[in-house]
Ligand binder design. Sequence first.
Ligand code: ZN
Length: 319
Amino acid sequence: MKRYLYDAQSSYAVGVDIGGTKINTGIINKQGEVLYSFSLPTLAGQASVIDRVTEAIVTVLAKLKDVTQQETLKGIGVGTAGQVEWKTGSIRFASDLLPGYSGTLIRALLRDRFGLPAYVDNDVNVLALTEKVLGAGREVNHFICLALGTGVGGVVVVDGRIVHGAWGGAGEIGHMSVNYQGLPCICGNIGCLEQYASGTGIAKLMNDRLVARYGAVHESIDAREVIARWIAGNTLASEVMEEVIGALGSAIASLIHIFNPEIIVLGGGVADAGGPLISRLKQEVEKRTMSSLLEGVQLKLAYQGNLSGMIGAGLQVWK
Ligand SMILES: [Zn+2]
């Protein structure tokens, strides 16, 4: 097997974004530009994740010379689903979305296989690096990203560094309670932000209201449709979105009070609602935040691009 040489001065890295359905890999440079990318299905439950990742990296490395005119690299950066034990670059816990993945020593396996330094972090944490290099975090050292997708992920950046906590599990903003008497959550807590502000949560809030009003025979709708109806002025969708915005506003106000950030970055499918969401949320945050801490804080949309996870993963090699 071909080995690739490590070059500490290299401006190129391989980025790997490991998700439950697909693995995005690519060659990026220090500026976060994608020079080549390749995706393959994870085949979770059918194939070993590390085998699929290795296959993807081999495919990408075969293009290294073509796209960079070099055969050396700064390293491999991985952003992965699951909880990452940051110091060892291993998977502390992965849900049933990736069966058999818990305990995988990703960093050591990739280092041994490719002879290159490897860096591994949670897939949401690495998004902060994409924001730092390409997005809303460029000019700031203190910011918080919220990824409003199927679930709610978060990452806190203090003094220009991602807050990892004792072993790497910090930043579970989706499981911050915004209502101690609210909806139960799978994590064990009650009233977690994820129950209100994730795509899944928004759809459930709406469908529960539809059932209450029209009975069980209505057609179930998704968060995208709820947001579209909200923007079109639908009353029921507006009730739901007021609850969503209240929950998000409460969470963001608490985060501002705790971390004194300069910017809050909103990404994920729910943030595709864009301007209307940001402007309504801004009012809510203003209402709930101490004026001294609120001053100058901006709400911004995340860097747009479907490879943002892969880019942030690769950027780890320069941190
Ligand atoms: Zn929870």
